[in-house]
Design a protein around this ligand. Sequence first.
Ligand SMILES: [Zn+2]
Length: 293
Amino acid sequence: MPREGKKVAIQSKKSNIFYENWKVYSTGHKLMFRCNQKKADWYLKRDLAVLLPKESRSIKLTFEAKGDGHKKGDYMVEDRNNMCVACGSTKDLSIHHVVPEMYRQWMPLVIKAKSSRDLLLLCQHCRLSYEPSAMDFKKRCVREFNIPLEGRGWVSLPHYKVAKKAASALKMHSNVIPADRQATLKTTVFDFWEKHGSEVDEELAAKDTEENWDSILEVCSTLVDHFKGPDYIEHANSAIEQLTKTVELDSEGRETWPDLEDFIKDWRRHFLRNLDPEFLSELWTVDGDIYTR
Ligand SMILES: [Zn+2]
């Protein structure tokens, strides 16, 4: 339900002020959307808007904007409070992406652009308490989209891996490793260095091995033993590709992605179910607009 405009001083985010709640009206005096002061100033400076004298923090556009803004009574046009939507705290706030950014970044522009509907304020405590269940959801996505969280298409270098493990053991735990085991590990690193040292560190490989043994151990213990191959694909990229395979046109002939819509709603539902955010506006719903056009 819309809340009364609250007077908030414009301060930096360090002071936990995220919403400055400026109202932007159309030429026909319809409340179109909210913005921060910086955006309001941007319009004012270019004479694209005028200040409304009778209402605080309100501007009216001087041109016919494309589109009609958000629906009357929509979550996007109401005042927002600078508090955690779950517990009401006004401390240690940060913006939480209801649909994780790792997925959102791959979504079509008409979904990810501009909309702040799925960006909500959480305090640090609530953000941390939600993290494990969000991770469970991601693991479900691993099964559903058949792609691990680390992505697919890694190329591993087994000989690098073996040398790295041996060098790390020698570097970190040589005081507790029996002498014969230490000798075996040293041979492993030594053999690796003989064959591959120059491709790892040409300058070091040209120097005397025994004299520079500590440096060689250091370099070998941080070897990169796998890399992204030419066909590498990120988990979320693959998921969004699968979710946008089915395309339907809406009544105006614009593309929509029903599977992706369901995915976004699932995240919204998951957020509500797990955090039970009692300070979240009642206008914020699972079925809120997904497209920004
Ligand atoms: Zn909280």
